[in-house]
Design a protein around this ligand. Structure first.
Ligand SMILES: [Zn+2]
Length: 430
């Protein structure tokens, strides 16, 4: 493969790529056999990393729009219980395609719905990620605590613990390569799992050297559930289960007190901050700057599109900046460069990927090229990017592969994929 040179970006200048890795940044001298992509005036960052998502939720977008988390879940669980493997594939294709078009080069998907125990849904998500061509951190989610045992989900959408663990082993052996597909062990949330599942999942992940992921402290109702059921707050319960460590990242972590922030930071446990979804469900605002000060890695997430109908990661940059400023009523609480760092390096730290999240020599060539023409009047490039109008990428490179070319996702007919999904989604509500 000849060397690829991205020539003429307003920020950070030229970039040379060889064998999937960035080999030069700034001014790159021409070589005869270069494959040159002209990006004059555009802006390039490291690839965005989505640290929390539920791709299947694209099948139920725009429902329960005035509900809090528990009412929203109770409305949607029975519908999700009707999903087929094909539905999950359709949603993953659209979801990952939209992520690629909005600059995401690595997506984690927390999939915890396995209707009728058919775990081919995970194979379908991997298949979609390979077609779209971005990296996937596939969180094998799970629920084993149904309504009749004191959980929130109806009994027919939960699985047996042994089946979950066996399925997780299968998915690891079939799909995990640590580069394009990384499997994560991910029981869903305190109100939908048993302590046994949490403890055995942590043991399984550590046997394989894999990361752990779950929802924690998203709402006050969850906190009340933990106090009632365990007589302890969610972070205490999590620590008891062996779930505080540098190989764990948590979705949301909004309702943490000072001691819990210190504990999460000291453990090096990461947080996936999903500001749009949190706003949509009125869940609250994550204490991002306190978590960062305590040493916790913080990344950004779309969360499922049933609670963030946009489905793109790019808008979360601005939303994170605004949310921090509103929460603290401090106009420099987060600056444009800070949120770009959350969306790239912070995400890579959550996922345990030292090869990703940096636009520098030696890092993976995961690079969105953002159009710069209509924001050329804004002097500082990252201010233009984050505070200017929303962007879709002009180009996207993942491991040096040119996945989005002149705004079109290579090899996927996105309009057709959206149309097919809309037809399938309608059927779920009949
Ligand atoms: Zn979530």
């Amino acid at each position: 493969m000849s060397r690829i040179v991205l020539r003429g970006a307003r920020w950070p200048g030229d970039i040379a790529i060889d064998d999937g890795v960035i080999i030069a940044v700034g001014t790159v001298e021409s070589e005869v056999r270069d494959h040159v992509v002209d990006i004059t005036g555009d802006i390039v960052t490291a690839g965005l990393i989505n640290t929390h998502h539920h791709l299947y939720q694209w099948m139920t977008r725009g429902r329960a729009v005035g509900c809090n988390l528990f009412d929203w879940l109770v409305t949607l669980y029975p519908v999700w219980g009707r999903l087929s493997v094909d539905d999950v594939h359709a949603a993953a294709t659209v979801g990952l395609g939209e992520l690629a078009l909005t600059g995401c080069t690595t997506a984690s998907d927390h999939h915890y719905l396995v209707p009728r125990g058919d775990d081919r849904v995970f194979d379908a998500i991997v298949d979609a990620a390979r077609s779209v061509g971005i990296r996937l951190h596939l969180s094998r989610g799970s629920m084993d605590l149904g309504e009749s045992s004191g959980g929130l989900p109806p009994d027919h959408v939960v699985e047996e613990r042994d089946a979950i663990l066996a399925s997780t082993e299968r998915i690891i052996s079939e799909h995990h390569d640590g580069e394009w597909v990384s499997v994560v062990v991910a029981p869903c949330s305190p109100f939908s799992v048993t302590p046994e599942l949490m403890i055995e999942s942590a043991e399984l992940a550590r046997r394989h050297g894999l990361h752990l992921h779950t929802h924690l402290c998203e709402t006050i109702e969850e906190q009340e559930h933990c106090l009632e059921r365990f007589g302890a707050r969610p972070v205490e319960v999590l620590a008891e289960w062996g779930w505080l460590g540098p190989d764990v990242w948590l979705a949301h972590s909004i309702h943490l007190d000072d001691d819990e922030i210190t504990a999460v930071g000291a453990a090096g446990t990461g947080v996936a901050h999903c500001p749009s979804s949190n706003a949509r469900l009125a869940a609250g605002m994550c204490r991002v700057t306190d978590l960062l000060a305590a040493g916790a890695p913080v990344g950004l997430g779309v969360d499922g599109v049933a609670s963030n109908e946009v489905g793109g990661l790019f808008p979360e940059l601005r939303q994170a900046l605004y949310t921090a400023r509103l929460r603290e009523m401090r106009p420099n609480a987060l600056m444009p460069a800070d949120v770009v760092e959350l969306g790239t390096l912070g995400g890579a730290r959550c996922l345990g990927r030292p090869d990703l999240g940096r636009l520098e020599v030696g890092a993976a060539a995961d690079l969105p090229v953002w159009p710069g023409d209509d924001v050329a009047d804004i002097a500082e490039p990252l201010t233009a990017l984050v505070m200017g109008p929303d962007r879709r990428v002009r180009h996207l490179f993942v491991g040096g592969h040119h996945r989005v070319i002149d705004g079109e996702l290579s090899g996927i007919d996105m309009r057709g994929a959206h149309r097919r999904l809309a037809l399938a989604a309608e059927r779920l509500w009949d």
